[in-house]
Design a protein around this ligand. Sequence first.
Ligand code: SF4
Length: 160
Amino acid sequence: MNSSGGLTGDHLVLLGSFTDELSEIYGYLDELFNGNIAFDQSYPLCFFSRDFVEKLLVKKQWGGLCHVQDRSGLVIDTNGDILLCNTLDNVTIAKYGENFTTAEELMVVLNSQEIRNSYREITKYPSVICVQCAYNDVCHGGCIAYWTSLNPEACVALER
Ligand code: SF4
């Protein structure tokens, strides 16, 4: 297990790669926090057991969708440049002073065909297997950044 953890206010932060361990401690956490827990999970759902995933979804304790997948957010760095997200912080969408200087100009850039096409490409499922997966609308393949090191052959289509 490669993880660390701690309580920060009302958040329990667990870091690392430990999908099996998370499934095992879930029952204890759920009881400890009286069901008031949510997992902001970045791994694809098929990295967990189907029963565990279903339990979290039924109890609305799963919060894995990132802002890139549904274009609901952006990151602005200290230069005013627009980044895809805070993990893929080397992916710049628009540079302040070069591509835009006003909010109106930024909107033109964000709505350009080039940016739309880029989002379409980057938010594709990691594997064709995902197309047949009953959970693809929730999972979307998990965190895009992870697939720079994960093997798409690890995807397993789940059934409901
Ligand atoms: S959508 Fe793809 S990555 Fe997500 S659970 Fe299904 S097969 Fe796995």
